[in-house]
Design a protein around this ligand. Structure first.
Ligand code: C2O
Ligand code: CU
Length: 531
């Protein structure tokens, strides 16, 4: 009989957060959902290990959305070398604003950093409006913005104003004097790009998106939607705490790159006498939350790992330049090379069509090559062959009307890319490669395409972000801005790696459920529409 390792029950119900009741999608009755822990090299079920492309979870790319009353059996095998901090979330509409939770992969070997204990700190946004109202507003001809986030939630907790009624309180992260900690920060925000700092404590970055970094000391952590960082923190000793006569320290979280700045707090709490009112709204002295948005690479982070197989410029088989800009006509949409990608396109998931022999990957590839920019406008995909080394350059063209104040955390499904930097104006491969000579790039799955100017003229290149990827994994992988509002407004692309043969050999036999509506699904249901 079948025994899944983790069962996650997804419901939609009224839920109280940030002193407000909102109709939200929940996992196991809460937001965030439970923390899942996997071990490197260990399969979720200990059975077949190659169904990964069908377990990627992107609706219309790799699967049908899961209809009510059905299940999807995601089979995940974290490869050796993937230990680190991740999260799971719904990929339908705006659901990820609440339907999310931490996913931690533990290494089989002792980690290269020592610490006594660890804490997970998941950051998310709170909006008053329901998912449906937000999507209706963003996609209607009478465009209505979702509004800015009402609260930054820390592990689901936040308090906005002293006159809030109800029992909501600031989040507390409890630590013990004298111990060392690994804090795992998860950027599960819908919109917010956050800079955070901890009163009287410095931190050392050691991991970004599941990859160990050379330790980097910093007074603040800047984290965009989709990104994760682990930091080391040394707790104060009993003597130090006595000296300052304090048992609590504020964690200050500030939103960056938005028209309006929001500052929220959580509490780093030592045991012994609560000396802070968790229902009060604090106003501690401002903490350092300097912005590093103009940097070449975030914090100039380097990989800890020496041998990584970073592909050099000579190995690049094609460079795909993706112009990103906002178009305001009857709708407000985000275009990539002139096309948006929204969830009513295509009519059935690409991966399933490839598997069924209904989508011709080689014709797709030929059209993309003929068009010259790597994009096939019939399927609206970017195809590539296994073994290629592709370079993807996101080129920010800003918005037509107001210059835009956005930071776009672009995220890749599937194998992680090497983040080779970002900058002002247009990407220059030769100049950038020089910088890489003395730098050991890290692999990431989310990095930020910044806005580099206050006002951009229509279609004037204002900033770039570049990635290099060795194409190894067959599948259909979404590369998209992780801001949920932007996704809803079309800021998503689809990369199609390999052909049918590659998909078949990588996935092995695929149970019928995957092709209809769910993994090892019960029979008889028809799939739900792609919404
Ligand atoms: Cu965390 Cu496609 O997203
Ligand atoms: Cu964006």
């Amino acid at each position: 009989s079948f025994q899944p390792d983790h069962i996650l029950r997804v419901t939609a119900e009224n839920y109280r957060e940030a002193c407000t009741t909102r109709y939200s999608v929940l996992v196991n009755g809460s937001s965030p959902g439970p923390e899942l822990r996997l071990k490197e090299g260990q399969h979720w079920h200990g059975l077949t290990a190659f169904t990964a492309p069908f377990s990627d979870g992107a609706p219309a790319a790799s699967q049908w959305p899961i209809p009510a009353g059905h299940f999807f059996d995601y089979e995940v095998k974290p490869d050796v070398g993937t230990a680190g901090t991740y999260f799971y979330h719904s990929h339908v509409g705006f659901q990820a604003v609440s339907a999310n939770g931490p996913l931690i992969v533990d290494s089989c070997d002792p980690p290269p950093f020592s610490y006594d204990e660890e804490r997970t700190i998941l950051l998310s946004d709170f909006f008053n409006e329901t998912d449906k109202d937000i999507i209706d507003g963003l996609t209607s001809t009478n465009f209505t913005w979702s509004g800015e986030t009402k609260a930054i939630l820390v592990n689901g907790h936040s308090r906005q104003a002293t006159n809030d009624t109800g029992s909501c309180h600031l989040a507390t992260i409890s630590i013990k004097p004298g111990l060392s900690y690994r804090l795992r920060f998860i950027g599960a925000t819908a919109l917010s790009f956050i800079s955070l700092a901890i009163e009287s404590h410095d931190i050392t970055i050691i991991e970004a998106d599941g990859h160990n970094t050379k330790p980097l000391n910093t007074s603040f952590l800047q984290i965009g939607s989709g990104q994760r960082y682990s930091v080391l923190l040394t707790a104060k000793s009993e003597a130090e705490l006595k000296k300052v006569n304090k048992r609590h320290f504020y964690i200050q979280l500030t939103t960056l790159a938005r028209p309006k700045t929001l500052t929220n707090f959580a509490v780093l709490q030592y045991p012994g006498g609560i000396d802070v009112d968790l229902k009060a709204v604090p106003s501690p002295p401002p903490l350092p939350v300097a912005e590093i948005a103009q940097g070449w690479l975030d914090y100039e982070l380097e990989s800890l790992d020496l041998d990584q197989g970073f592909p050099k410029l000579e190995e690049v088989t094609r460079r795909i330049i993706i112009d990103v800009h906002q178009n305001v006509s009857d709708h407000v949409i985000w275009l990539q090379n002139g096309y948006d990608w929204v969830q009513n396109f295509p009519q059935s998931p690409y991966l399933i069509d490839i598997y069924n022999g209904k989508l011709d990957t080689s014709a797709t590839n030929q059209r993309a090559i003929a068009r010259g920019n790597g994009f096939d406008n019939i399927t609206r995909t970017f195809p590539a062959k296994i073994g290629e080394v592709i370079e993807i350059v996101w080129q920010n063209q800003g918005t037509f009307d107001n210059g835009g104040v956005d930071a776009h955390p672009f995220h890749a499904h599937g194998r992680h890319y090497y983040d080779i930097g970002g900058g002002d104006g247009q990407y220059n491969a030769t100049a950038n490669e020089k910088l890489l000579d003395s730098h050991r790039p890290i692999q990431r799955d989310t990095s930020v395409l910044y806005r580099y100017r206050e006002k951009t003229k229509p279609l004037a290149p204002s900033g770039w972000r570049a990635w290099r990827i060795r194409v190894t994994d067959a599948g259909v992988w979404m590369y998209h801005c992780h801001v949920l509002q932007h996704m809803v407004m079309g800021m998503q692309t689809v990369f199609m790696f390999g052909d049918r043969e590659d998909v078949l050999s990588q996935s092995g036999p695929v149970e019928a459920g995957y092709l209809t509506y769910g993994g090892s699904a019960y029979g008889n249901a028809t799939h739900s529409p792609v919404v």
